[in-house]
Design a protein around this ligand. Structure first.
Ligand code: SF4
Length: 348
């Protein structure tokens, strides 16, 4: 006996509730996979039936207007999925002779299709040996193997795909994928796994050590860092200073006004400003015309607290020892800038 054989045999004895399970028509699989992104199967069912009635093949879907498609999708939410589905249908018609591409790699190039959906379509419709790995499958694999690789890290997907490949062996890929998905959705549940009903419990490390609750492992998100940016908006005649961010940090490649970053949200004092301006640009006299209130921008791992200091000077800034450029102010907004700076320039 083997893991894959026991799993597949169990799945074949189950009553399938949903019409897309066991389906091999690539268009129907494509449609169901788009519907099932962020939607439960029972909710997706009525939409699947309606969409197939209205758009029975990829050509009718591609030829539909966006309004017609959105009306059929109405109530399901996440409308970007519907738009991506529409774009994908059009691309299949225009670039693939109205046939859903067969390979994982080709599928990945279509709008709205990520590794999971590409694996599902290529394996279910065309038998490509690509295990599907989603949240449910991560759970099964990490428990069976007692694998503590955090599932919310970039390397997790490839790592668990590799494990799934080893468990798959020579078995039928479509049957294996379907069975893994069903096991994760109906038996290996997050809180109370139904191990007594599980067809692979004799292979399961977490079951034998009673450590089911310890898997899957998730890396704790880093607490968000607070950063304090003090931008010095230097006005010299009708010009301003700007530099490109090169460092390995947020907004790499974007442009910015002269920046002092420190650990404090407090307004810079005269000495700090003068020191910065004289050291970097040989500006020794200036007027500080405005200091804005602090504004906060939230990024995935950081809060940026930004304040702007509007400085007028009659001394031409010396940029020879810096990466800054002196540019006409009306051109500032033509550079790629972080949102915080765009908002400031729009209101200043
Ligand atoms: Fe999940 Fe339990 Fe089956 Fe292990 S034995 S795979 S923990 S349901």
């Amino acid at each position: 006996m083997s893991f894959a054989r026991d799993l597949i045999t169990w799945n074949q004895l189950r009553d399938e509730l949903y019409p897309w399970i066991g389906e091999s028509d690539p268009y129907k699989i494509l449609l169901s996979e788009f519907l099932l992104q962020q939607t439960r199967s029972d909710q997706a069912l009525a939409y699947y039936t309606r969409m197939l009635h209205l758009f029975p093949n990829v050509t009718t879907l591609a030829n539909a207007t966006e309004d017609e498609l959105l009306r059929a999708w109405q109530g399901l939410g996440y409308y970007s999925r519907a738009r991506n589905l529409h774009k994908t249908a059009k691309r299949i018609v225009s670039d693939h002779n109205s046939r859903v591409p067969k390979t994982y790699v080709e599928l990945l190039n279509l709008p709205g299709i990520g590794p999971y959906t590409a694996s599902a379509i290529s394996s279910f419709a065309f038998g490509e040996r690509r295990p599907v790995v989603d949240g449910n499958v991560y759970r099964v694999l990490s428990r069976v193997m007692e694998d503590a690789t955090p599932i919310n890290t970039p390397k997790a997907h490839q790592h668990f795909v590799q494990i799934a490949c080893e468990l798959l062996g020579e078995s039928d890929i479509a049957a294996f994928n379907q069975a893994m998905m069903n096991l994760g959705a109906h038996v290996c549940l997050p809180k109370k796994p139904r191990c007594s009903e599980c067809p692979v419990r004799s292979y399961c490390g977490a079951f034998s050590s009673s450590m089911q609750a310890a898997f899957p492992v998730k890396k704790k998100p880093r607490p968000k860092q607070h950063r304090y940016f003090h931008y010095i908006d230097i006005h010299y005649k009708n010009k301003g200073l700007i530099e490109k961010r090169h460092m390995d940090d947020i907004w790499k490649g974007l442009y910015q006004l002269p920046l002092i970053e420190n650990r404090s949200p407090h307004v810079l004092d005269e000495n700090e400003l003068l020191q910065f301006l004289s050291h970097h640009f040989a500006i020794t006299t200036y007027n500080l015309n405005e200091v804005t209130p602090v504004g906060r921008q939230t990024l995935s791992h950081q809060y940026i607290h930004a304040r702007f200091y509007r400085v007028q000077t009659a001394i031409k800034p010396d940029v020879s020892k810096t990466n800054y450029s002196l540019v006409n102010r009306e051109n500032l907004e033509t550079f790629a800038l972080p949102k915080t700076i765009v908002n400031y320039l729009n209101t200043s």
